[in-house]
Design a protein around this ligand. Structure first.
Ligand SMILES: [Zn+2]
Length: 426
């Protein structure tokens, strides 16, 4: 699928990855380090239109799609309004699309603070009760390319039906207010409005929310409310829980022509399962969460998957193998003393700045001495590798080989887990 973002004059292809921000910055990274680490180049690869032709000549820096949550700009609206050129210019990436969401995929959301008219977000420890009007004001100040209309995704697994019902209704009411503002021209030119599909783990409400959102004039969808964001979102066991069947029922009711997004910390296999299920857009919080626990994506496992000589396995076989292994098999724990005298790069097949210039021993040392450079090194590798993985998924989709990639990843994962068990027995 191609998604056109008129306000930045950009056409992108799916599966598409939004980079996660913390506050208004990309954690541990500046534009310069992003360029040095070739992350911008990777992002550029997923924009075929920028490879040649006129557009390339008019853009100084390739665009970097960034997800910004409401909490990080709610108390900066005045500054941004005065600045007038929008948040993307403000952070030095004027041609980059910004996606504004209510919840922050990087941070655990607090439960129990949303009302029928307001959604609570936090900034510097202060609580802000945000109404549809405040949200529209934030959009006018920040001028993002895409917004998910104000949404109430506070539906943890044990949420009551009453809470779920309220979240579905409040989210639809906020969406109507935002769409009304768009029709009247109050949102600014070309901003795309996505609607959030809620309903927690209640099938009836999920379907009601999906159908009602699809009936409205939205440009895309965010399917949320399955978890409370933050690192814990990675623990949603997609293969074995009731999330995927419910997700399929939701996706079936959304038009195929409009992008569907999922937010959360998804490991590579989870990404593939969700793409199979019909999800088109993701966020890169997984890469940040890895960095926070001093881990690195094991690119040697991830990108050496054998796509040519693999038998496609049945869904049952994949589930069985999945159950047997922890989700950490695509990760290297870089704080492990075993890397103390390992003078190889984190991954031998990785072209990121960290892998081209530094060793596992150096990164291990930075972590052991709590140097601030440790998360910088890890973020460059993790963000680069996660972006690169999305290119691989995109290629597999275009070649109709997604099932092959999934089987190969399951094999690679179990192989890596076995190898690590052997290594630690040594
Ligand atoms: Zn690397």
């Amino acid at each position: 699928m191609n998604v056109f973002m008129p306000s930045v004059d950009l056409r992108v292809s799916t599966p598409f990855l939004w980079h996660s921000s913390e506050g208004l910055t990309l954690p541990h990274l500046t534009v310069e380090t992003l360029e040095a680490s070739r992350i911008l180049t990777v992002a550029k690869d997923s924009f075929p239109e920028f490879e040649s032709g006129e557009k390339c000549a008019t853009v100084d820096k390739p665009p970097l799609p960034i997800l910004v949550s409401l909490g990080s700009l709610i108390n900066r609206r005045k500054t941004l309004r005065k600045y007038a050129k929008g948040l993307a210019s403000f952070v030095g990436l004027p041609k980059s699309p910004i996606l504004l969401t209510t919840a922050d995929p990087v941070t655990l959301s607090r439960s129990g603070y949303n009302g029928s008219k307001t959604v609570s977000v936090w900034s510097n420890g202060n609580r802000y009760k945000v109404s549809s009007g405040d949200f529209i004001d934030a959009v006018q100040s920040a001028k993002p390319a895409v917004i998910v209309a104000l949404s109430d995704g506070d539906t943890p697994k044990d949420a009551s039906n009453k809470r779920i019902l309220k979240s579905v209704q409040a989210t639809l009411d906020h969406l109507d207010a935002v769409l009304e503002a768009k029709r009247s021209g109050a949102l600014g030119d070309g901003v795309l409005v996505y609607g959030a599909v809620e309903g927690g783990f209640n099938e009836e409400q999920r379907i009601r929310s999906a159908v009602a959102t699809a009936e409205r004039e939205v440009d895309g969808f965010l399917i949320e409310g399955f978890h409370a964001n933050g690192a814990e979102s990675g623990e949603v066991d997609l293969a074995n829980s009731d999330v995927l069947p419910l997700m399929r029922k939701v996706v079936e009711r959304l038009p195929e022509s409009k992008p569907r997004m999922y937010m959360g910390s998804c490991d590579p296999l989870q990404v593939v399962s969700l793409v199979e299920c019909g999800i088109d857009m993701f966020d890169a919080s997984y890469a940040l969460h890895l960095t926070k626990r001093n881990s690195a994506i094991d690119a040697d496992v991830l990108f050496n998957v054998d796509l040519e000589n693999i038998e496609i396995e049945s869904e049952e076989d994949i589930l069985r193998q999945e159950r047997g292994h922890s989700s950490t098999s695509f990760e290297l724990e870089m704080s492990d003393p075993r890397y103390k005298e390992d003078f190889n790069p984190i991954s031998s097949n990785c072209n990121c700045y960290t892998c081209l210039n530094h060793t596992r021993a150096y990164v291990n040392h930075l972590i052991a001495t709590k140097e601030l450079l440790a998360p910088v090194m890890l973020t460059m590798h993790n963000t680069f590798s996660y972006s690169r993985f999305f290119n691989l998924v995109g290629e597999s989709v275009r070649k109709n080989r997604l099932a092959v990639l999934k089987s190969a990843l399951v094999h690679a994962k179990s192989g890596a887990a076995k190898k690590r068990r052997k290594d630690s027995e040594k």
